[in-house]
Ligand binder design. Sequence first.
Ligand code: HEC
Length: 439
Amino acid sequence: MAENETTPETTTEMTTAGVLGQFADPEALVAAARGVREAGYTRWDCHSPFPVHGIDPAMGIRPTPLPWLVLGAGIVGAIVALLLQWWTNAVNYPHIISGKPLFSLPANIPVTFELIVLFSGITAFVGALALNNLPQWFHPLFSVARFRRVTSDGFFISIDSSDAKFDAAGTAELLSSLGATAVETCRESSAGARVPRVLVWGGAILVALAMLPPLVILIVRNTKSTSPRIHIISDMDFQPKFRAQNANPWFADGRAMRLPPEGTIADGQLRQDDNYWRGGLTRAEEAILDADRVLDEPPKHLVSRFPERVSLDDDSMRRGRERFNIFCATCHGRSGDGDGMTMLRAFKRDDGWAAPRSLADPTVRAMPVGKIFHTISHGVGTGPARTMPAYKWQIPVDDRWRIVLYVRALQRSQQATVVAGEPEADENENQPEENDTQP
Ligand code: HEC
């Protein structure tokens, strides 16, 4: 074996890492700290089992810059959040929602707040570690047996050998002169600083292995292959079936989706009673209206009496009022006068917005219940000429009838001709004779 071939096991080169001085009590520690600082050292530290009063000024420790870092990170977070929201919502993908501005501060506060907290939180955490030189796996002081007492009753000052003023003998002298009960040179083996070879190689192998999956994905994504891809667990991913909207050469029309045979009605969708389900419209008429087309002639069979399935009681009336106030009052107003919020605002714009008549208007009062039901269901007008939207998609049939009931009540409440005590006018007294199929 050659002379100069050294391994950590055979020779350990020791270097001086610093000097450690032990002090009898906290007072001595504070006094000595003042002395070390006055001697001009900068890379040194005090160690004590508990916080010692006055040690910070004695050591000349300045307040940490961490709060400023956190403040900066918070401001950056706010700017990033605002820029991100402004760019996505107002620049890159502007989308008007209910006429609201594309960018406004109040709407963007929650995300801004979150990013401020996120950025400053992470900065506080990472910054605190970094400013304390953490994580640090080992420190030469740990190899000094005496130093173990620092967690019970030992007070120490350590001066690092990297300090510009460090000089092993002189520094030890200084600590003794400052009242140290014991002074020890702290040595560090050059081997101790070395990471064990097993860890280095293990880590390298792990890193190499971790590169493999992304590498394989990258290669596979960038090469063309005609063979089906490997599917380890195929579950029910592959089935001999045609998907919706796909082509299927088997059928004459080439489509995979089949129309139900003529006259097919889904379970529970029979809806035979024209009067209840459609206010008297036929199925064919309803289909035309649903397609947003106009009927060739106005419907003739609109019912003039409430169908039997509609219960005309207090509960229905209350429900009708509730639904009316939700769906209709925005335009027609709570009393049906036509002064709902939407209308009040629309009139200010003065762009030809159609005003609804009062629901107590004689023409509306004269309408058979089926007509009002039909208006709620299909609205008024078609296409761009539409002045009132169709509500059949939002309001179930039963509720539409209850709204009609409440509209009747509104009309009656504004009709001054009813004489108390007299039998009330029939719902439909001013109706022309309708083709009423009710018994
Ligand atoms: C978006 C505003 C708006 C809403 C909401 C609205 N309407 Fe209308 N309604 C109108 C307008 C406008 C007219 C007048 C249409 C015209 O004459 O062109 C109208 C007309 C009517 C008429 C008269 C029908 C006719 O053929 O002239 C009735 C009855 C009616 N609405 C009932 C209701 C009921 C019940 C609701 C709640 C389900 C409702 N409306 C919801 C705007 C609205």
